[in-house]
Design a protein around this ligand. Structure first.
Ligand code: GAP
Length: 513
């Protein structure tokens, strides 16, 4: 049975709720838009992803250390970083549907539709001609050239409009491209306005003393303001990195697609401080390293691609995204940015404190340049879950729903079942758990038939199930069932620990890096 693409994503969302992965926040009060809670299995999966990232970035690199900075920061931080003045989204409303959109997203989606048309032309031609050369076809076919010209024109106008902060021109592009509101189908648009994405609150016990502070919109600034503390106390030499994971908050206006775009989310960021002039070399290096990290999860090379930014953020001299093929198309998963010395210089200027590095070899001080890797933990969670979710037809006509999660990330690594709830089998199962639980996340399950228990753990993504039966009492062996192949094998209880050792640990993933 094949699932329609539009149903597939809905099924994943329902599955997340049914199996304790993700719940709508404050659901009993009808929820809070674009805010989600992680349930018992979701919290474990999320923790494991975070831990794998931390091990790969901090533990595996001698020159990277981790910190844990506060969410609240001095308000001047955000003035210095440019977020107060420039952390905006260009918004446009449709007057008929009263729906609000990000103007840049409307234009990007329009461009993506034209790209789709090119791809369709290429596919059609590839079917018609033998020895088909796609590059040659794209550079000679009149229709494709026409589409490409349109794309280049739009991109170039859009880039200039954003660089000049010319919002009237952004609206004009939307009008000229004849972009319609997906809800009302009309082109009755308001002007484009900038909207700041930071949440603010006040700090102080007495209202007169209160000052406005922001919930951090990125974790990176906590690293920048601690750069010198870490460099001096850790005696760090360039190039070196500071990593951090933690919550970030953005008042996303168009928040949709489940946990893809949330108002409260978690980032895993690393700032790599380098000698000025060497940043492009490290930018390329981190692009490759981060892609390799994603590929190590085994979700398929074809699901990732790089996307270079047309418009660079105010702090960057090069930037790209690693995009992932989500159920709703290729979208940004991680950003890699060459942030120059912008942030440190700004903080020097606003704080009046020097944030320089003394280079012994050169015998001079300078402000380092920074290459940043920044990935959203929740988005990573969604990428892993959507690639792992399968509805598999079985020979008996039933459908098995399974999460083929990378075993090292699975919330439960091993489930142990007594075949029946008597004859000393539960006690033997418990003793196996007591032995394994020091090294692995293990669950006990005695309810329903063994078949139903297998299905339940397939749906949770548990890579291995152990069944204890009457023979186990006699010869001290058990059945181990593999989630992905559904194959079973008989193993001595004494060998279980060794058997699982390299199968569910981070080591197997880390060794690929
Ligand atoms: N420090 C750089 C920075 O924050 P970004 O591209 O704005 O760069 C980095 O964000 C990553 O954070 C994104 O690639 C994405 O994975 C994640 N992210 C950003 N906004 C998000 C949101 N509203 N919900 C979930 N994840 C988000």
């Amino acid at each position: 049975m094949s699932v329609k693409p539009e149903d597939f994503f809905k099924n994943i969302i329902s599955h997340c709720k049914e199996y304790g992965y993700i719940f709508q926040s404050s659901e009993i009060y009808d929820g809070l838009s674009a805010v989600y809670d992680y349930g018992q299995n979701g919290a474990e999966l999320k923790k494991n992803i975070r831990e794998y990232w931390w091990k790969a970035m901090v533990q595996m690199h001698e020159n990277i250390v981790g910190i844990d900075a506060s969410i609240f920061m001095h308000p001047t931080t955000w003035k210095a970083s440019g977020h107060v003045d420039a952390f905006n989204d260009p918004l446009i409303d449709n007057k008929d549907s009263k729906k609000r959109y990000r103007a840049d997203v409307l234009i990007e989606e329009h461009v993506a539709k034209i790209e789709d048309k090119i791809n369709k032309e290429v596919e059609k031609a590839a079917k018609r001609f033998e020895n088909f050369d796609a590059t040659m076809f794209k550079s000679t076919n009149a229709r494709v050239l026409e589409y490409q010209k349109k794309i280049d024109e739009i991109n170039s106008r859009f880039k200039n409009a954003l660089n000049d902060n010319n919002l009237a021109e952004v609206k004009q592009i939307i009008i000229d491209c004849e972009i319609v509101c997906p809800i009302s189908g009309s082109r009755n648009w308001t002007d484009v306005r900038q909207f700041n994405l930071m949440f603010s609150t006040s700090m102080g016990s007495v209202s007169e003393e209160a000052s406005t502070i922001y919930l951090r919109p990125e974790t990176a600034q906590g690293i920048f303001v601690n750069y010198l503390n870490v460099q001096k106390t850790g005696r760090m030499k360039l190039p070196f990195g500071i990593a951090q994971t933690g919550k970030a908050f953005r008042n996303e206006i168009v928040a949709r697609q489940f946990i893809f775009r949330m108002r409260e989310f978690e980032q895993m960021e690393m700032q790599f401080f380098v000698k000025p002039g060497t940043e492009m070399q490290y930018y390329e290096e981190w692009k490759n390293k981060r892609l390799a990290w994603h590929l190590s999860l085994g979700l398929g090379k074809e699901n990732y691609k790089f996307h270079d930014h047309i418009k660079l953020a105010h702090y960057a001299n090069a930037a790209c995204d690693i995009e992932f093929q989500f159920p709703f198309g290729f979208k940004e998963l991680e950003g890699i940015h060459s942030r120059t010395d912008f942030d440190l210089k700004q903080h020097e200027q606003y704080s009046g404190k020097k944030l320089q590095y003394f280079d012994v070899e050169e015998n001079k001080s300078y402000v380092p340049y920074v290459v940043e890797t920044s990935v959203g933990l929740d988005r990573l969670f969604l990428s892993i879950l959507s690639a792992a979710y399968k509805e598999e037809p079985l020979e008996n006509g039933e459908t098995r729903t399974v999460l083929n999660l990378p075993p090292a990330l699975a919330p439960i690594k091993i489930a142990v079942f007594p075949l029946v709830k008597k004859d000393g089998l539960p006690e033997l199962a418990e003793s196996i758990i007591n032995d394994l639980k020091f090294d692995y996340a293990v669950a006990y399950d005695e309810k329903d038939t063994v078949g139903k228990r297998y299905r339940r753990h397939d749906a949770i993504g548990t890579p291995y199930c152990i069944t204890v039966d009457h023979q186990s009492k006699e010869d001290k062996t058990v059945t181990v069932r593999h989630r992905d192949t559904m194959q079973q094998e008989r193993l001595p209880i004494t060998e279980l620990n060794k058997f699982f050792e390299n199968k569910v640990s981070f080591k197997s993933l880390l060794k690929q890096l």
